[in-house]
Design a protein around this ligand. Structure first.
Ligand code: AMP
Length: 587
């Protein structure tokens, strides 16, 4: 099928040709004829990357009277990034219209500028819910003339807690409007929006729900928790031409990981909610323009990010919610290209890989964390490719040539080449000298060697005395064993091997740690947060009959102020430390 068969007018077809779109995607084929005809509410279940912006954007442009200054189209989406992206796309779809005024409004930036822009007469407003409601409350935007409301990534807006804002916005739009809703999934809350605000909507599903693009290669790597960061670096080093995204679970993990990588000379930038809008814009600009090759982000911040040709999505930690895995990996393999989605897990998280596979109906292959030789080989071949492609700038070389020539003239050509190669190779070999193997033992089902306790769970140190704790986070709070190990390790500096048995219940969990490090648990863990919320931790009542007591019994919160990363600088590996920024920049 071609775009001209979908019922779109000439000016829009011209804009499509200008964009270089040749044939419509599946969602476009299914949605455009319905939305172009115009009089029905619509639900489209589709992932990002399927071309859904054009699926609603092209017919939206068709229904707007650009001779009028009234606001006729309202697009509501979860994040600032998506808001800007949609606006950019709509502007390109409206390229051949006379006087289009399509504006984005989002929080964290001057509202008065946005009010001024709306007052000038915006036919389409693309908004995040909070800011739009603010504008409505200030009577800065009139909704009486709105004929079409589009809710994009509805499931994500509800996940982010925008339900009340959306209700309130929809209640203030005219009864006769049409609502087009797009969502990757259809949880109850999204269905209730459809039931409350839409009349007999036509529902179209594209692909399987929770499905991921077929051209994504899913792989997982398994290491001990303490080696997670080092495994990440190995993977980055193994892919010298990477242009990728690293997803972390929390803002803190995002900024810590990014800082560490940056200090070690990687081209990285962070994107998360603790940054100011200016910082987030600057980060996106650097990534989009490829000034940096790696963006380290939280799920929420990277929502709607549409950057072309992302080669790898790395899950530094698996998301708690499988839907986020789909969203994350959908950043690569866009518009028919191939991509890799790489997951790092610790030895207790193998079960989550199997769960993810089941839900995605896609297989996730095990891969060994690259070892020194694999990385050197890759880096050297990448260097060769660059050498072959590098143009020679005669004028620039002239200045150095006499000295170079003089020094090298007595060496045979082959030796000169070998010496240049060795300069690079030796740096790699030195860097990885004695680096060892970070793979946790896959053959043993993810367990490193050692005895097992009576429940069949691995416990390296069963003989040593343990202290048992309880905390009020369980399966209902998205907690699982892997996440609990991560939480304990990152908040207290305790290593995963010092954590014993873990028991998960629906609203709480138990865990054991070596007696020798137990003094770290309450003062530090009590300060922690999980998914942005604080929690309670106490010595388990059945531990020693002492009853529950908390950090306060240890004199309140930690006085040292030492964080894990300040105090415990990770494994004393013999590599990486001296691989300085300047050196790495060469690659
Ligand atoms: P979306 O799902 O709307 O975020 O679109 C994903 C990417 O595919 C964007 O970069 C679009 O520009 C691109 N795209 C959308 N529709 C088409 C099409 N019919 N042909 C080629 N590229 C497309």
């Amino acid at each position: 099928m071609e775009f001209k068969d979908l019922g779109l007018p000439e000016k829009i077809l011209k804009a499509i040709t200008k964009l270089g779109f040749v044939s419509p995607s599946e969602i476009q084929e299914k949605a455009i004829p319905v939305l172009s005809a115009g009089e029905q509410d619509f639900v489209g279940l589709a992932q990002t990357g399927t071309g859904k912006t054009a699926a609603f954007g092209l017919p939206l442009i068709q229904h707007i009277d650009f001779a009028s200054k009234d606001t006729q189209g309202l697009v509501i989406c979860p994040t600032r990034e998506l808001c800007m992206q949609i606006t950019k796309d709509l502007i390109s779809f409206a390229y051949y219209q006379a006087n289009p005024n399509i504006i984005p409004v989002y929080g964290g930036t001057s509202i008065s500028d946005q009010i001024r822009q709306i007052k000038r007469g915006a036919q389409i407003v693309v908004a995040t819910p909070g800011r739009l409601l603010d504008l409505i409350n200030r009577k800065a935007i009139k909704l009486q003339t709105v004929s079409r409301v589009i809710l994009d990534e509805a499931d994500e807006m509800l996940n982010m807690g925008f339900k009340e804002d959306i209700d309130s916005i929809l209640e203030q739009t005219p009864a006769m409007k049409r609502v087009w809703l797009f969502s990757a999934t259809m949880p109850k809350a999204v269905r209730s929006i459809a039931n409350n605000y839409m009349v007999d909507p036509l529902q179209i599903v594209v692909g399987k729900q929770n499905s991921v693009a077929a051209n994504i290669d899913h792989r997982y790597y398994m290491m001990k928790e303490k080696d997670r960061y080092y495994a990440l670096k190995r993977i980055l080093d193994y892919y010298p031409d990477i242009f990728g995204l690293i997803f972390c679970r929390t803002r803190r993990e995002t900024s810590l990981t990014c800082d560490k990588l940056e200090k070690e000379g990687y081209d990285v930038v962070a994107l998360h909610g603790d940054l100011t809008q200016g910082q987030r814009d600057a980060a996106m600009k650097k990534f989009r323009e490829r000034t940096v090759k790696i963006l380290v982000a939280t799920d929420v911040a990277a929502r709607g990010l549409d950057v072309h040709d992302i080669s790898h999505v790395i899950h530094y930690n698996l998301p708690d919610d499988i839907e986020n895995y789909t969203h994350r990996s959908g950043r690569t393999a866009r518009a028919g290209k191939a991509g890799k989605s790489l997951i790092l897990i610790n030895t207790r998280e193998v079960g989550r890989i199997r769960q993810t596979e089941k839900l995605l109906s896609a297989s996730i292959e095990y891969r060994r964390i690259p070892e020194a030789e694999d990385i050197c080989e890759k880096q050297m071949y990448a260097l060769m490719d660059r050498v072959v492609k590098t143009p020679i700038d005669d004028a620039a070389i002239d200045r150095y040539w006499p000295v170079f020539y003089d020094k090298l003239k007595d060496l045979p050509t082959e030796e000169i080449v070998l010496k240049f190669i060795s300069t690079e190779l030796n740096a790699h070999l030195d860097y990885y000298k004695g680096a060892g193997d970070l793979n946790a033992d896959q053959e043993k089902g993810g367990r490193t060697k050692g005895p097992r306790n009576e429940e069949g769970r691995f416990n390296r140190n069963v003989s040593g005395p343990k202290k048992r704790y309880t905390l009020d986070l369980g399966e209902n709070q998205n907690m699982n064993k892997g996440a609990l190990v991560r939480l304990i390790c990152s908040e207290t500096g305790i290593e995963s091997r010092q954590i014993g048995r873990i028991e998960m219940h629906s609203r709480f969990s138990y865990f054991e740690v070596d007696e020798s490090v137990s003094s770290e648990v309450l003062p530090k863990l009590e300060k922690g947060t999980y998914e942005g919320k604080s929690f309670n931790v106490a010595v388990s009542k059945d531990q020693d009959g002492a009853g529950s007591y908390t950090a306060k019994d240890y004199g309140g919160r930690s006085k040292s102020g030492n964080s894990y990363h300040g105090k415990n600088k990770g494994p004393k590996k013999d590599y990486k430390k001296d691989y300085k920024r300047g050196q790495r920049k060469k690659y």
